[in-house]
Design a protein around this ligand. Structure first.
Ligand code: PCA
Length: 220
């Protein structure tokens, strides 16, 4: 029996506003491209976050509250990246090399003063990377999400869901070819390839989540 759309559990995808002089941010284009789609029995809902310390986390928290998602993946642009980068760890540091879109430039500040130094992604990042590579899509595990607004959101996300069974994580993506064309030797990836890769990565994340639930159930 097909589910009515509203009955499907929600998969929250976030992307960011353009920043740093760009007129677009592929992370939002990618989230938007999957908005409303069904992936492995889940309905994708895309939310756009401002590239602003504090405000981005407020809006993320609002999305978590409104949507009560079953899985969350935040996306961000990372110039210089050559592949779809599944981030392993979020650190409790805001240290901005450039101002955010509201002009703030925190240096050596904690994201959340009372929180631990770091959180790991709770997504099956190795399985996601393996599936992407198998499908011919460049992907890798990244050991740092930086210390700008992306890491800030990733850290706040993992903190918000720290006692929850809901899995969450962050993926950095390369520039689009039209962005990379304005710089010398800048790596890029087409939106179509990113879309294909993201759908596959999410399928794997949801499948592993289901497998874990089933094996947990079988222990009871
Ligand atoms: N990338 C930035 C912030 C927003 C985005 O898309 C980062 O990597 O921190």
């Amino acid at each position: 029996m097909p589910h009515a759309p509203s009955r499907l559990p929600t998969l929250l995808l976030t992307g960011f506003d353009p920043f740093g002089g760009e007129t677009l941010n592929p992370s939002w284009l990618l989230a938007q491209a999957l908005d409303g789609q069904e992936i492995a029995g889940h309905r994708v809902v895309a939310r756009r976050l401002p590239c602003v310390f504090g405000q981005a986390l407020d809006q993320l928290h609002q999305g978590l509250h409104d949507l009560q998602p079953a899985l969350v993946l935040a996306l961000g642009q990372a110039s210089g990246r050559t592949d779809l980068s599944l981030e392993r760890v979020a650190i409790n540091v805001d240290d901005a090399r450039i101002p955010d879109n509201a002009g703030a430039q925190p240096i050596d500040q904690p994201v959340l003063p009372e929180a631990p130094a770091a959180y790991f992604s709770t997504l099956p990042i190795k399985a996601m990377v393996a599936a992407l590579r198998e499908a011919g899509i460049p992907a890798g595990v990244s050991q740092t999400a930086g210390t700008f607004v992306c890491n800030h959101v990733f850290f706040g996300l993992q903190h918000a869901l720290r006692d929850s069974p809901v899995r969450s994580g962050f993926m950095h993506i390369p520039l689009l070819p039209e962005q990379a064309a304005r710089h010398a030797h800048a790596p890029s990836m087409s939106l179509a390839t990113m879309c294909q890769g993201l759908r596959l990565a999410l399928q794997v994340a949801l499948q592993v989540q289901t497998d874990l639930r089933q094996s947990a159930g079988s222990l009871n």
